[in-house]
Design a protein around this ligand. Structure first.
Ligand SMILES: NC(=O)C1=CN([C@@H]2O[C@H](COP(=O)(O)OP(=O)(O)OC[C@H]3O[C@@H](n4cnc5c(N)ncnc54)[C@H](OP(=O)(O)O)[C@@H]3O)[C@@H](O)[C@H]2O)C=CC1
Ligand SMILES: Nc1nc(=O)c2c([nH]1)NC[C@@H]1CN(c3ccc(C(=O)N[C@@H](CCC(=O)O)C(=O)O)cc3)C=[N+]21
Length: 295
């Protein structure tokens, strides 16, 4: 049996740091606030929104949930996003995905003010992730990297196979893995020889959303697996890796209890960063006004 990389303890550590930071902000008169926007109709999104609400409460973060009707038009949703952008007491905005088909997720995510975009989905933040500039990066890719670091699996010089190059996880993760000096192979729906690629890998990261994608015959005893996939089943959530695979690898993250727990914590780390970005912006604006007044 491979080593079980359970992230409960790691999540507790991060939450300890966050609680202290949020307390400091409150003493400075800032009440860190996150707004979560849900378009009704996806039960999983409603469930994740509740998980975030529970954690926000534990951390002392103000959490505002707006649930809108599934028939909302793009124009109406854009208005809601713009209102949240303008609202000075809101520091972070999450638009739960997926959206109903008539709403263009990319267009909606692009409307979120970059300094409030704690999910890292706006074009400005995606570009920052690509170039390594300061910004708010997507939480799940950061979660995968932090878990490997926490459990002592350095990425430098390692062969990493990443399966899935979706917008939330795979694509931004490519940038973070390259920056960590890993040698990277990216596989996707058209990859035909997945098993051959995995044979050469030290680390396998799956971010697809397909139950039982990885089976025992595809892995080896020196492999570390990070399973970022989430699949809803009647018995709860499962990852992309078939459970018995754990017998045949060096180490693996469980689902639940692995990547997801840290994703939520990093989302709130992003909120703290968002508050700092907005405070910096405000003090720069204030200085500009003072300078122009003194001219
Ligand atoms: N654990 C966590 O905290 C989080 C988990 N997730 C989960 O991560 C997964 C990925 O999310 P996201 O990036 O938004 O997903 P997308 O749906 O945007 O991307 C899925 C990717 O998987 C690829 N793919 C589809 N079928 C196969 C296959 N049979 N073999 C190999 N690759 C395949 C797709 O390739 P192609 O483009 O060629 O179709 C695409 O690149 C989902 O399960 C999601 O629920 C998301 C956020 C947080
Ligand atoms: N804009 C957007 N950003 C996302 O990050 C996003 C999204 N949309 N849509 C859906 C997926 C899924 N996702 C999860 C986050 C946390 C857990 C999580 O906390 N999981 C716990 C279990 C939670 C529980 O069920 O109690 C665990 O794995 O241990 C799971 C899944 C974020 N997603």
């Amino acid at each position: 049996m491979g080593k079980l990389l359970q992230t409960k303890g790691m999540a507790k550590q991060i939450s300890g740091h966050l609680i202290a930071e949020i307390k400091r902000m409150k003493e400075d008169g800032i009440d860190p606030t996150i707004a979560v926007l849900i378009v009704q109709g996806d039960p999983a999104s409603e469930c994740y929104a509740k998980v975030k609400q529970r954690i926000a409460r534990q951390l002392g973060i103000r959490y505002l949930l707006t649930s809108v009707h599934s028939k909302i038009t793009e124009t109406e949703l854009l208005e809601k996003i713009k209102w949240l952008n303008r609202c000075p007491s809101i520091h972070g905005i999450i638009l739960e995905l997926p959206l109903p088909k008539h709403l263009n997720a990319k267009k909606m995510a692009s409307a979120i003010a970059p300094e409030k975009d704690v999910d890292g989905l706006s074009p400005t933040n995606k570009l920052a992730c690509l170039t390594g500039d300061e910004g708010l990066y997507s939480a799940t890719p950061q979660s995968c990297i932090r878990i490997l670091d926490h459990f002592g699996y350095p990425l430098k010089g390692k062969n990493v196979v990443l399966i899935g190059c979706g917008e939330t996880v795979g694509k931004p993760l490519v940038q973070l893995l390259l920056r960590a000096n890993a040698t990277l192979t990216v596989c996707h729906a058209y990859t035909t020889d997945l098993k051959d690629h995995i044979a050469n890998a030290d680390i396998l990261i799956t971010a697809v959303g397909k139950k039982d994608l990885i089976t025992s015959d595809m892995v080896h005893h020196d492999l570390v697996i990070v399973d970022a996939g989430i699949n809803e089943t009647e018995g709860g959530i499962v990852g992309d890796v078939k459970p018995e695979v754990s017998e045949f690898v060096k180490a693996f993250t469980p689902v639940p209890g692995g990547v997801g727990k840290i994703t939520t914590m990093i989302l709130f780390e992003n909120l703290v960063k968002a508050v700092q970005l907005q405070e910096n912006k405000k003090s720069i604006e204030k200085r500009e006004v003072q300078r122009s007044e003194s001219l």
